[in-house]
Write a protein that binds this ligand. Structure first.
Ligand code: URA
Ligand code: CA
Length: 445
């Protein structure tokens, strides 16, 4: 096989066989096929797309490129979730303990934040002492003990994805549906969960700006999961404005704890109950997702979900007292209130722009090696549909101790311009667009 011929084949719109895809990925990982050839290949994939068979083959090769984690020792059906990312997406922090409280074991491997999306690990590490790096053995032991673990994906898992993602990042080939699907599902298949609930975002703050594209991505990922024997469904949800009110690491931990106490923002709670209802159902605990959702409401009301969060924190070496005393979380010394210059109704709130403010404050990373400030971030006081008067607070910025010159002005201008107003009342677009069932059928909400 010649790499050149395979690039040419893909460039001209033909499908690559399983053996050809394996040859390319193995060669790339071993270093016998150089970056520049793979760069050309993925650009050809970007323009020509891939057949389902090609995507299946690519996903398998990615999944098998490194270590796999078996969860066989853990009794019961193990269920994972994945969100395609967004701004202020606090769902894992709420969902993992919530679903574990319903008796479904959750082994969730997460990433760190890069660009405008925050990372679950960065958020949890704002809790004093909280650890996320564990051996395979320790992961399994932790899940056996408390029913959940949220940990870092080690570098021996899916090395092909790590290498390919870094190349996509610098060659303008990240937003390709086949490559995203194979990247996400390759990682999921490397861990021995039985079922998977996907939250595929659509809207201005998501990878997939158009709902049609999000459905396409959700469909192929559902098919990839089912084909590999993992019971997979997907929910399509909107990411035009940030989810919940808090964006920032310790701020989102606080928001998650409030949600588990039944005091969280409506949109975050709604999405968690929907995704969680599916997780409980796929975990074999209820007859349908609606019943799963009802069970989860009860577990919030009776404190079991919050208690599970406390157990998780303790089991991962963190200070569990934060659950009852939110003052123990890192907090910014200075806050900056952003006031409205206009009256009316909020018609849009640019998630990407708010995400970029958070990164500029130090809540996220521009490059991999940036350090995170756990205390900083944004708390939104006004979201789409809310009425607003001139001089009312739109958002509160939790400012870093050491800020660059004119930061206040810079942040204020960015936050203000993320808001758009309407004179007429604005109806809030529904958070949930629909879902893809096990058979790949799309149901619109
Ligand atoms: N998340 C991933 O893990 N991979 C992608 O390609 C896109 C989002
Ligand atoms: Ca949030």
């Amino acid at each position: 096989m010649r790499t050149y011929d395979l690039i040419l084949k893909k460039r001209n719109g033909y499908s690559l066989s399983k053996i050809e895809i394996e040859y390319l990925m193995t060669g790339y990982l071993e270093g016998t096929i150089p970056d520049y050839q793979v760069a050309a290949l993925i650009m050809a994939i970007y323009f020509q797309g891939m057949s389902d068979q090609e995507i299946f083959a690519l996903t398998r090769t990615i999944a098998e490129s490194g270590e796999n984690i078996s969860l066989e020792e853990i009794p019961g059906l193990k269920v994972d979730k994945h969100s395609t990312g967004g701004v202020g997406d606090t769902t894992t922090l709420v969902l993992a303990p919530l679903v574990a409280a319903a008796g479904v074991p959750v082994t969730k491997l997460s990433g760190r934040g890069l660009g405008h999306t925050g990372g679950t690990l960065d958020k949890l590490e704002s809790i004093e002492g909280f650890e996320t790096g564990f051996s395979k053995r320790a992961l399994v032991e932790k899940v056996k003990k408390t029913g959940l673990v949220v940990a870092a994906q080690s570098s021996d898992l899916v090395p092909a994805d790590q290498k390919l993602y870094a190349l996509r990042d610098v060659t303008a080939t990240v937003d390709s549906i086949p490559l995203i699907a194979a990247s996400i599902m390759g990682k999921k298949l490397a861990i021995g969960n039985d079922a998977l609930v996907l939250d595929v975002k659509t809207g201005t703050g998501a990878f997939m700006k158009e709902q049609k594209e999000a459905i396409k991505l959700a469909r192929i990922m559902t098919a990839l999961g089912q084909e590999a024997g993992r019971d997979t469904v997907a929910v399509i949800s909107r990411m035009d404005q940030p989810l919940g009110k808090a964006i920032g690491n310790s701020l989102e931990v606080k928001e998650a704890i409030l949600t588990l106490r039944g005091q969280g923002p409506q949109d975050l709670k709604e999405l968690c109950l929907l995704l969680g209802g599916w997780m409980v159902y796929l975990g074999g605990k209820t007859k349908d997702p609606a019943q799963g959702r009802k069970d989860l409401v009860r577990l919030i009301e009776n404190g079991a979900a919050l208690n599970k969060f406390r157990e998780m924190v303790e089991n991962q070496g963190g200070n569990k007292n934060v659950v009852d005393d939110l003052e123990l979380l890192p907090a910014a010394k200075r806050k900056l209130e952003i006031k409205a210059d206009h009256a009316g109704y909020i018609s849009s709130l640019d998630a990407l722009q708010i995400g970029s403010v958070a990164v500029n404050l130090g809540a996220g990373r521009r490059i991999k090696t940036d350090t995170i400030d756990p205390a900083v971030g944004i708390v939104l006081k006004k979201k789409i549909g809310d009425p607003v008067q001139v001089g009312e607070t739109l958002a509160v910025i939790h400012v870093p101790a050491e800020s660059f010159k004119d930061m206040d002005r810079f942040v204020q201008d960015l936050v203000k311009s993320a808001y758009r107003y309407s004179i007429e009342p604005v109806s809030v677009p529904p958070l949930i667009c629909g879902w893809i069932d096990r058979k790949g059928k799309c149901h619109y909400a």
